[in-house]
Design a protein around this ligand. Structure first.
Ligand SMILES: [Zn+2]
Length: 187
């Protein structure tokens, strides 16, 4: 029987370097192109549709997944690693597929926001984190005080949840500055 694959998860708030960590992980895996599948959610239209990119200019080719995409259609006997960027936006339905692939010995690495700007568990991420064989927390720097940040704080004047890579709308904050900001808003 094939050995169970590893599920490696990188999580944190915005600006925590999650995509950078994902790309570094992919590079270290040192795979042939046909052994690797990289996906981002179709909703992410920051840059070219076939590229994941970081704030500091790293990039990697990828496929775009929308809700009609069936992961299994891309799997070949050569597939060794599946990488998911912005994993919070993937449909929870794919989790059962991922579990099946892990059982086949395929490794999965995912990076995403563990919490949305209201500190609610975000999409597929809680499921991935719960089942991770390796869980890596990444911090950003608090925009307000410079301490380690774990929260994505939405600045004023924007009501839309799904905004990716939008420095203009969101900032990273530590627990204390996040809580202070949120309670000031609700007054
Ligand atoms: Zn702070």
């Amino acid at each position: 029987m094939a050995q169970q694959g590893q599920l490696v998860v990188y999580y944190g708030c915005m600006f925590a370097g999650k995509t950078t960590a994902l790309i570094d992980y992919i590079s270290r895996a040192n795979l042939k192109p046909n052994e690797l599948l990289v996906f981002k959610p179709g909703i992410d239209n920051r840059a070219a549709k076939n590229m994941i990119t970081t704030h500091d200019g790293k990039k990697h080719e990828c496929l775009s997944m929308d809700h009609e995409t069936v992961l299994n259609d891309f799997i070949t006997p050569y597939t060794k690693l599946i990488a998911l960027d912005e994993a919070q936006f993937f449909n929870k339905i794919i989790f059962s597929e991922l579990k099946r692939l892990l059982l086949k010995g395929i490794n999965v690495v995912a990076a995403g926001l563990d919490k949305d700007y209201l500190a609610r568990p975000f999409g597929l991420m809680p499921l991935l984190m719960e089942h991770a064989s390796e869980l890596n927390a990444l911090n950003a720097t608090c925009n307000n005080c410079g301490n380690a940040a774990t929260h994505t704080y939405r600045k004023e004047g924007n009501k839309v949840l799904v905004l990716i890579g939008s420095e203009n709308y969101y900032e990273a904050r530590c627990e204390k500055c996040y809580t202070e900001g949120m309670s000031a808003k609700s007054v």
